[in-house]
Every structure is written in structure tokens, then in C-alpha cells.
Design a protein around this ligand. Structure first.
Ligand code: SF4
Length: 322
């Protein structure tokens, strides 16, 4: 039996706000562990922070700093360093570690490349990091849009060096090449975790596909810097981290980042443990011995943290090797 309810003339109930992570609604909640004393961050209250926020708002931009609830936002925005997130604020993937909204994204904003470029010029950035949500809904995964953003920045701010942090473009033939050919200075794509944990932590992705993406960058443009990162504290072993380092070196990756995973909400993947700063130091020593040009490993390391300073070091390290 169907029941019809006549709503004509009646006030419609307010539409409840869609949950940020509908796919995680039914997951069991896990307790959020108390942070150790070595994870301390600067409060976002400075003048520089407000100025960065005003520019971001006035250009209608999204940043991964806010969307991913990055712990470094107080420090980075104070120095006017923000990582722009293009192609909307909604991702087609649902990774267990990530705080970015999941769902079907809105159509691309054709004005976005010029708005991002204007913001970069206005902020006078020496180095900019551009990332995006995954856009599995688009035929090219958003590769052409990414390339348009890179070219718009080159035109508006020719002295700014450009680092891109891309999705994996899984099953998007030709997408990686389109982005590489737009000519960023650094091509970054994070492996995020060790292969054993992919099914639970990064279920929509494939470890070897991600690795191969970075290898293809080097094959197409050997001069382009490549960069990748992982989070630790998710249950990986030390041996598995070593293996990821070896895999990255085999793919010719120049720069590795290793940071502590922090759980965004009780519905996200639980933290297995807080890795001690001494262990990060040890990872750094080993990674350098394995031949990376540049290594950033600390509890608060994120792929875009100190990206400008690190890019200068990366270039210097390559020059010193010649
Ligand atoms: S580390 Fe990266 S994502 Fe985090 S606040 Fe800094 S620029 Fe933004």
C-alpha cells in the first residue's frame, strides 16, 4: 500500500544537510587518541593568516589546508602559503584517512584557472602548490583543467615555480601526459601508505598504478622533479616503509615526504600509533642513503608543508650532484 501525503500549502521540512562522508556513516566509531606532546601546532590567529584567508575567500577558492583540516594551517597561512585545491570541494573517492567531502562534484568552473592565477600573482608567491579532488566522473579525470591552471599561472606569474599534487588518473588514458606536458616544475602524487593497507585505507586506488604514474613522468620529462609521500602510524611495519622507499627509488622519485597520520573524525581510520620523532629521523637517514635528492620526515610533515623552501633545496641537491 502506498500512502500519499499532500504537501500543497504545507511548509516543506528543511532539507537536512548532506553528510560530509555518507559512506562512513555506518562505520563504527573509534576513539580519537590523545596527541603526544611532540604534536603541537600554531593557533590560526595571526595577521598573515587573516590576509591569506581574505584572498582565498575573495577569489572563491578552495584549499586543501581547510578541507583536509591540516594541522599546519596556522603556520602556513601566516607565511601566505596555501595549497589551492582545484575542481571543487567534493571528491569522487572515499579514502579512509581523508577529510575531503565525498560525493558527486559540481561541473568544473571555467573561470577557475584565471582566478587561481590571479590569486598566485596577488599573493606574490615564489612557489605554489596546486592539488585537486579526484574527478573520476570526468572523461579525462580533470587533466585538461589541471593543465589550464598550470598554464594560467605561468602567464600571470612567470617567476613562480609550480608544484602539482595530482590524483592518480586511474583508467584515464592520456591524462597524465596532458598534465606533464603543461610543464609544472614538480609533479607530486602521494602513495599515501604501504601496499598491504590499500584496500582498507585507499580502496579506490592501486599501489602499482600510482607508482607507475610517477615513473611515467620521468620517462616523458626526465628533468621534471617527482615527489611522493606516505603517512605513518596506520599500522605499517618498518620493513614495509623500507620497501616503499625502494619502490619509489626504482620509479626515479626525487623527493619523499613522511608524516604522521592524524585521524580527522571518529569515523575515519583509527591511528595505530604515534611514531616517535626519533623514528622519523631514522627514516630520514635511511631515505637519504637510498638516494633520494630530498627527504622530509617528521610528525607534522605534509606534502605541501615548507614546499617552497624544500623546492629550493631540491634544486640545489640536483645541481650539487652534477
Ligand atoms: S602543510 Fe600544506 S595543506 Fe597543510 S596548511 Fe600547509 S600548505 Fe596547507
Amino acid at each position: 500500500m502506498a500512502t500519499l501525503i499532500d504537501k500543497v500549502g504545507a511548509a516543506l521540512p528543511e532539507k537536512p544537510e548532506r553528510p560530509r562522508h555518507p559512506e562512513k556513516q555506518n562505520r563504527a566509531e573509534t576513539p580519537v587518541l590523545r596527541k603526544p606532546e611532540w604534536i603541537r601546532v600554531k593557533a590560526p590567529i595571526s595577521k598573515g593568516f587573516s590576509q591569506t584567508r581574505d584572498i582565498v575567500r575573495s577569489k572563491n577558492l578552495h584549499t586543501v589546508c581547510e578541507e583536509a583540516a591540516c594541522p599546519n594551517i596556522g603556520e602556513c597561512w601566516d607565511k601566505r602559503h596555501a595549497t589551492m585545491m582545484i575542481m571543487g570541494d567534493t571528491c569522487t573517492r572515499a579514502c579512509a584517512f581523508c577529510n575531503i567531502r565525498t560525493g558527486l562534484p559540481a561541473p568544473l568552473d571555467t573561470q577557475e584557472p584565471s582566478h587561481v592565477a590571479e590569486a598566485v600573482a596577488e599573493m606574490g608567491l615564489k612557489h605554489v602548490v596546486i592539488t585537486s579532488v579526484d574527478r573520476d566522473d570526468l572523461e579525462d579525470g580533470g587533466a585538461n583543467h589541471f593543465a589550464r591552471v598550470v598554464r594560467a599561472i605561468r602567464n600571470a606569474a612567470p617567476k613562480t615555480t609550480i608544484e602539482i599534487l595530482t590524483p592518480d588518473f586511474l583508467r584515464k588514458n592520456g591524462a597524465a601526459e596532458t598534465v606533464i606536458d603543461s610543464g609544472p616544475d614538480v609533479f607530486n602524487h602521494n602513495l599515501e601508505t604501504v601496499p598491504r593497507l590499500y584496500l582498507s585505507i585507499r580502496p579506490g586506488a592501486r599501489y602499482y598504478h600510482s607508482l607507475r604514474l610517477l615513473e611515467r613522468v620521468k620517462e616523458r620529462d626526465p628533468q621534471m622533479f617527482t615527489k611522493s609521500g606516505i603517512m605513518v602510524g596506520l599500522g605499517e611495519t618498518r620493513e614495509e616503509v623500507m620497501q616503499v622507499m625502494d619502490d619509489m627509488r626504482s620509479a626515479g622519485i626525487d623527493f619523499i615526504t613522511i608524516g604522521q597520520y592524524l585521524q580527522p573524525t571518529r569515523k575515519h581510520a583509527a591511528i595505530d600509533r604515534f611514531v616517535h620523532p626519533d623514528e622519523f629521523k631514522s627514516y630520514e637517514t635511511i631515505a637519504r642513503a637510498k638516494g633520494f635528492l630530498m627527504v622530509a620526515a617528521s610528525p607534522l610533515t605534509r606534502s605541501s608543508h615548507h614546499a617552497g623552501e624544500d623546492f629550493a633545496k631540491l634544486r640545489a641537491a640536483r645541481a650539487a650532484k652534477r
